[in-house]
Ligand binder design. Structure first.
Ligand code: HPA
Length: 274
């Protein structure tokens, strides 16, 4: 595996700065079926991934994906329209390339959403779960390889990857707005298979409340870079259940689309308070 170099990251960041010289306060990465929030940004600049030096380019999405810069809730933000998943064949370093570039642009806060399978018996399809901690041991660590000091420590502390202040703000917004929020631990897996019944039970025994195929590698790179991270899962299916039903990608996308307006409302209120 070819190591990513600092120079490649800098070149990507420099290209972006020539087109968008301002400093976004927050970066937003939206999960499957959860992309509508990007449309609420008052866009000032859009950059195709394929034009940004060394940026990974999606081969599966039909379009290459883009960075969307603009204003949301009165704040400067950048959103990734199109995200890279490890199961698509990207290396862990490619998955986190955009996160590292965001850091080089001066972004301090990272907001992430994802679709996830529920394992906590109190969860229902459509619930929003604040991620308070994660289990990333089932996914290759994106920091494996040469460590560049500019990116952060060789051995970063992971005792509190999810920013407590942002979680507290989200809970206050929840009380005020009536958008109900659960809280739990996200178990990251590679996918692309959904889990077997035995695997959901194992992940639940290990402490997971929800399971999904994204997020943990991005969060690791963001924490190493010293960013404040807030992440939210939309529960799109239930892994531990009595009935014999199967889980499909379509049902995940449908459940995500139904929950998206609540998630978008919450993220907008959160951005307003950054
Ligand atoms: N498992 C893994 N990833 C997922 C799931 C799931 O049940 N639902 C949505 N993403």
């Amino acid at each position: 595996m070819q190591d990513q170099t600092i120079d490649q990251l800098k070149e990507a960041a420099d290209y972006i700065k020539t087109h968008y010289p301002e400093q976004p306060e927050a970066a937003i990465v939206l999960g499957s079926g959860l992309g509508n929030l990007a449309e609420e940004i008052t866009v000032t600049c859009e950059l195709d991934y394929r034009n940004i030096p060394y940026f990974p380019v999606s081969t599966v999405m039909g379009h290459s994906g883009k960075l969307v810069f603009g204003n949301l809730s009165g704040k400067k933000v950048v959103a990734m329209s199109g995200r890279f998943h490890y199961y698509e064949g990207y290396t862990p370093q490619q998955v986190v390339f955009p996160i590292r570039v965001m850091k080089m642009l001066g972004v301090r806060t990272l907001l992430i959403s994802n679709a996830a399978g529920g394992m906590n018996s109190t969860f229902k399809v459509g619930d929003l779960m604040i991620i308070k901690d994660h289990i990333s041991l089932f996914v290759p660590n994106p920091l494996i390889g040469i460590n560049y000091e500019e990116l952060g420590l060789r051995f970063p502390d992971m005792s509190g990857p999810y920013d407590k202040k942002l979680i507290a703000i989200a809970k206050k917004i929840s009380e005020r707005s009536g958008i109900e929020l659960k809280e739990g631990i996200y178990a990251g897996v590679t996918g692309p298979t959904f889990e077997t019944r035995a695997e959901y039970r194992l992940l639940h025994l290990a402490g997971g409340d929800a399971v999904g195929m994204s997020t943990v590698q991005e969060v690791i790179a963001a924490v190493q870079a010293g960013m404040n991270v807030f992440a939210m899962s939309v529960i799109t299916d239930l892994g531990i259940r009595e009935e014999e039903n199967t889980i499909t990608h379509e049902e995940v996308l449908e459940a995500a689309a139904r929950a998206e307006p609540r998630l978008a409302a919450l993220f907008k209120l959160l951005v307003a308070e950054l």
